[in-house]
Design a protein around this ligand. Structure first.
Ligand code: GLV
Length: 332
């Protein structure tokens, strides 16, 4: 039932019904019910009279957007990453920003191992060969990959997801080393057995690892962290995995690396200009490419949507959000 005193909310994509039902108990809700995403103009038009916005990582929330939405009190991203939001601009305008950490750690970590296995064991190539009717039967030297056991996994970005990936390394017989952030050089991170992982520099991780996997947030410091220069530090036998954000990797440098044999292969879940994929990548059998599926399980996506809804309701009802992003304005 509509009531003028209830807060107004725009939900920028169709969420699961249980999440919409939860929001509807607390607010007047407008849902973008089309396939695809609202254009920036649609996003403004539908949010400008709202108090709350449930956004996705592809909705750009910057100062110009916020200035057109003067009643907005909270933006709840259904994503752990929040590079789509100008956090400083939101803070200046007293808009709370929240994300959905933790609930997706295991789904993203599991799929990272899917990418690692996919690229090192040539699963994409194998499936394409079989579906094309070109499989000739068992052959001793057919589609040989690389063993993981005894190898080094280099984790760049040792936050919650990076640590969930590291926790599974021992199960594959891999030793995990990491670079968390140049700002925390002395921090000790321990695994499930209590033993510390070896933290080191970006250069060392790139030089020593047999598989380098990226889990850092996208920021001005991590934009194109993997570029023509840094990728050349990797061993020619090593594999690159990106489960972070596309622009952490300069895609053209991965194409150059595959073309020139600077690395053995790459497995990517995210891309610089999604949904566009650099056409150069598509030429290589040793590029294992999936379409931004990191957290894409029914259980995890439901948990993300429900966490975003809880954040929204808490703020609109004058309580602290469950998971504000670091540096968010909070007024309780
Ligand atoms: C997905 O990419 C996320 O940031 O949650």
């Amino acid at each position: 039932m509509s009531s003028p005193s209830r807060p107004r909310v725009f939900v920028s994509r169709r969420l699961f019904q249980e999440t919409l039902d939860l929001i509807a108990q607390h607010a007047e809700m407008d849902v973008f019910d089309c396939s695809g995403s609202p254009t920036p103009e649609e996003l403004v038009a539908r949010t400008k009279k709202c108090h709350g916005l449930v956004a996705q990582g592809t909705d750009r929330i910057d100062a110009a957007f916020l200035d057109q939405c003067p009643d907005l009190r909270v933006v709840c991203n259904v994503a752990v990453g929040y590079n789509n939001i100008d956090v400083a601009a939101a803070r200046e305008r007293k808009v709370v920003v929240t994300n959905t950490p933790d609930v997706l750690n295991e789904a993203c970590a599991a799929l990272t191992w899917g990418l690692i296995l996919g690229v090192t064991r040539r699963l994409g190539e194998g499936e394409r060969t079989l579906r094309a009717g070109q499989w000739k039967g068992f052959q001793l030297d057919f589609l040989l990959g690389m063993d993981l056991v005894g190898k080094t996994l280099g984790i760049i970005g040792m936050g919650r997801i990076g640590q969930a990936v590291a926790a599974k390394a021992a199960a594959f017989g891999m030793r995990a080393i990491y670079m968390r952030s140049p700002r925390r050089p002395d921090e000790v991170i321990t695994g499930p057995d209590g033993a510390p992982y070896e933290g080191t520099t970006l250069e060392e991780v790139l030089r020593r690892s047999d598989v380098v996997t990226l889990h850092c947030p996208l920021s001005p410091e991590t934009h194109h962290l993997i570029n023509r220069e840094s990728i050349r530090l990797m061993k020619p036998s090593a594999y690159l995995v990106n489960m972070a954000r596309g622009p952490v990797v300069e895609e053209a440098s991965v194409v150059a690396a595959l073309e020139n044999g600077w690395i053995a292969g790459a497995a990517l879940d995210v891309y610089e200009l999604e949904p566009v994929v650099h056409p150069g990548l598509l030429k290589f059998e040793n590029a294992f490419l999936i379409p931004h599926l990191g957290s894409a399980t029914r259980e995890t996506r439901t948990a993300m949507c429900n966490l975003a809804a809880r954040n929204l309701i808490e703020v609109l009802e004058g309580r602290a959000p469950v998971t504000p992003i670091p540096g968010s304005f909070i007024d309780v």
